[in-house]
Design a protein around this ligand. Structure first.
Ligand code: MF3
Ligand code: CO
Length: 284
């Protein structure tokens, strides 16, 4: 049963090209931040790096001012799951695991992505959890591509692929209450993309859809609390969490991972649209 009619914005290939440009700006900001992560760096310094990369590309940070959010990135350390506000007081320490989440608007179109990075030497089980979150994200993207190409796929095939990947990997908590989303001329559009659930439900996966896929998992319980700042989401049991995200679009001939520099080619092979090498060749 459908609670409300979803308002899904389908994009033309030309609009998806614009989203690709925005996605590459986000990818560049994340790459610069990844390179800067080390013990002693503050999350405010990472925020400044992201903002300068975005503005130098002629884009605008999408998080800043979003419902009053005060920064360019969310930097969620250890038991912080998502939406933690960067601060000059928050110094990264050896062994921390940090999710860096970043969004940009270029020419009216949004990109949104996140990476989870270890600071210095990190407990292997935490790095493994971050890898599981990534595997789950790519499984969700692959499910979307296959579902679109077969013309039989539905939205929750993505949710199911994410959940199944995480459950098969170990006893991780899958955070509920947050998830992926449509993306386009706004950062958050219909539909909401759950990170768990039965396949075969929801709208059909069709060319023109653009979605952000963002699993959030924990070393312990999936339960979370929002702190008094109105933003920071932490695990209730204090366990460490990981969060990764890509924005992707479905084209007639395959998926385009808009915030991945290679468009998703390394992880997805032939499921990626033929537009990807064409564009890479043109840019080289
Ligand atoms: N990437 C986050 C998401 O998809 C957005 C951060 S919320 C903000 O929900 F307020 F920081 F913008
Ligand atoms: Co998002």
């Amino acid at each position: 049963m459908r609670r409300h009619q979803l308002d899904i914005q389908l994009k033309t290939p030309e609009q998806i090209e614009k989203m690709r440009a925005a996605g590459l700006v986000v990818a560049a900001a994340l790459a610069q931040m990844r390179a800067a992560v080390s013990p002693g760096v503050t999350t405010a310094e990472l925020d400044a790096i992201a903002e300068s990369v975005i503005r130098e590309a002629g884009a605008v940070p999408s998080f800043k001012g979003y419902h009053g959010y005060p920064a360019t990135i969310c930097s969620s350390v250890n038991e912080q799951v998502v939406h933690a506000i960067p601060s000059p007081e928050q110094v990264l320490r050896e062994g921390d695991l940090v999710s860096l989440d970043c969004g940009a608007i270029l020419d009216g179109w949004h990109g949104d992505a996140a990476i989870t990075v270890g600071v210095g030497e990190v407990r292997p089980e935490l790095l493994r959890m971050a890898e599981v979150a990534e595997d789950a994200m790519w499984a969700g993207i692959a499910a979307a591509a296959r579902g679109m190409l077969s013309r039989r796929g539905r939205l929750t095939d993505i949710s199911y692929a994410v959940e199944r990947t995480v459950r098969a990997a170990g006893p991780y908590g899958i955070v509920e209450g947050y998830g992926g989303h449509g993306i386009g001329t706004e950062m958050h559009q219909d539909p909401h993309v759950l990170n768990h659930g039965r396949p075969g439900r929801g709208p059909r996966l069709v060319a023109g859809m653009a979605l952000a896929i963002e699993p959030m998992i924990t070393m312990g319980s999936p339960r979370t609390v929002e702190l008094a700042d109105g933003w920071t989401v932490v695990t209730r049991d204090g366990s460490v969490a990981a969060h990764v995200e890509h924005s992707m679009a479905l084209l007639e001939d395959g998926v385009w991972v808009l915030t991945a520099p290679d468009g998703g080619r390394a992880r997805l092979g032939d499921l990626v649209t033929a537009r990807e090498p064409a564009r890479t060749a043109a840019v080289d």
